[in-house]
Design a protein around this ligand. Structure first.
Ligand code: NDP
Length: 349
């Protein structure tokens, strides 16, 4: 579906959404982005090429009923990315689940009211597929996370419930629009705005001595520029349907550390001790109890197993080819230095 109407992007100020906005503008689309506080101005969005002519920002909060009516009015395509992406919160129900789930329903209600929306592209997550690797299994779009709860990986829980709510909405209300879900793994890469995204922060934490050693953990990485492209392709490809697991290469923490060392970042406080064996994993599991609650749970449910997944559907149906994870990691690091999230290379000690 190619549209001449404005494309609505919820949470336009976010790490992923800003790249979607840039990509849409660069392909000639008009964009209506929602932000929580339009008074903030968002120079990194309003300064994008084409923004002066084709970007409009409107205020909307996921917790306000009817908040997205104005934002989606007259649009044919809506990209719903807004959702809190925070790991340690005080109240998982009100801080994560309510905005994720009620917000999704609110956005979909507004789309239904509009009478113009034909497709909603929903930014889901690997978190809705699983919150725990299983060395014996290759995860696909058929898998659903059934293990998270308010006590166990609540961010994953919020994404699972939100995606379920979206599919349930389509089943119950049979709107005139269809739904396509994009399920990215760890999204990294350069940021258009000054905020430090939760996933780039993991790379920063590896470089600033936060980890006592190299853990037995691997992640699937996907470049933020590819995630933006995936959203556009999901809109433009008429036959796109269902969920799309969106991730390029998986890398072990050991490989990430080796890459940073060999790329000239060896003067940073990279973990030196290898804790990726059985004893190290046991030690890390014990140490995880000294971490903030949700970080601790994440460590315990994710170390000591190898995460494997099948990304063939998105490549085959949307024609995506992924930027190599090594390039995305180095680009993310250089970008964090640029924004001051990491000290410059030479005097970082
Ligand atoms: P960001 O934190 O950068 O963006 C989140 C966006 O949601 C921000 O624009 C934020 O607004 C908005 N938001 C949060 N709460 C509300 C609310 N109550 N009302 C309105 N807007 C709200 O995260 P990402 O860009 O990384 O994440 C975007 C989406 O992608 C999320 O749905 C996330 O779950 C998903 N995702 C992210 C992955 C990653 O690795 N980064 C991986 C897989 C999925 P504000 O700027 O005002 O805070």
């Amino acid at each position: 579906m190619i549209t001449s109407k404005p494309v609505c992007v919820t949470g336009a100020s976010g790490f992923i959404a800003a790249h979607i906005v840039r990509e849409l503008l660069s392909e000639g689309y008009s964009v209506r982005g929602t932000v929580r506080k339009s008074s903030k101005n968002y120079p990194f969005l309003l300064g994008l090429p084409g923004a002066a002519e084709r970007l409009e920002l409107v205020e909307a909060d996921l917790l306000d009923e009817g908040a997205y009516d104005k934002a989606v009015a007259g649009c044919e395509a809506v990209m719903h990315t807004a959702s809190p992406y925070v790991i340690n919160v005080k109240n998982p129900q009100t801080d994560l689940v309510d905005p994720a789930v009620n917000g999704t329903e609110t956005v979909l209600e507004s789309c239904m009211k509009s009478g113009s929306v034909k497709r909603v592209i929903f930014t889901s997550s690997i978190a809705a597929i699983t919150d725990e690797p299983d060395s014996m299994k290759v995860f696909t779009e058929k898998d659903w996370n059934t293990m998270s709860s308010l006590d166990r990986n609540p961010y994953h829980y919020s994404k699972t419930l939100a995606e379920r709510a979206a599919w349930d909405f389509i089943m119950r209300k049979r709107p005139i629009f269809d739904l396509v879900a994009i399920n990215p793994f760890m999204v990294i890469g350069p940021s258009l705005g000054p905020s430090l995204n939760t996933t780039n922060q993991i790379i920063r934490d590896i470089m600033t001595g936060l980890y006592p050693g190299v853990m037995d953990i691997n992640w699937g990485f996907v470049d933020v520029r590819d995630v933006a492209k995936a959203h556009l392709l999901a809109m433009q490809t008429e036959s796109a349907s269902g969920r799309y697991l969106c991730s390029g290469d998986a890398m072990h923490m050991r490989e990430v550390v080796a890459l940073l060392k060999s790329s000239g970042f060896d003067t940073y406080s990279l973990p030196k001790v290898d804790l990726s064996g059985k004893v190290g994993t046991l030690l890390m599991k014990l140490l995880s109890f000294t971490q903030p609650k949700d970080t601790g749970t994440y460590i315990r449910t994710n170390i000591g197993q190898t995460m494997r997944y099948d990304n063939s559907k998105i490549k085959r149906e949307l024609g995506i080819s992924f930027i190599p994870a090594k390039k995305s990691i180095i680009d993310a690091v250089k970008d964090m230095v640029k924004w001051g999230h990491l000290p410059p290379k030479k005097n970082n000690k």
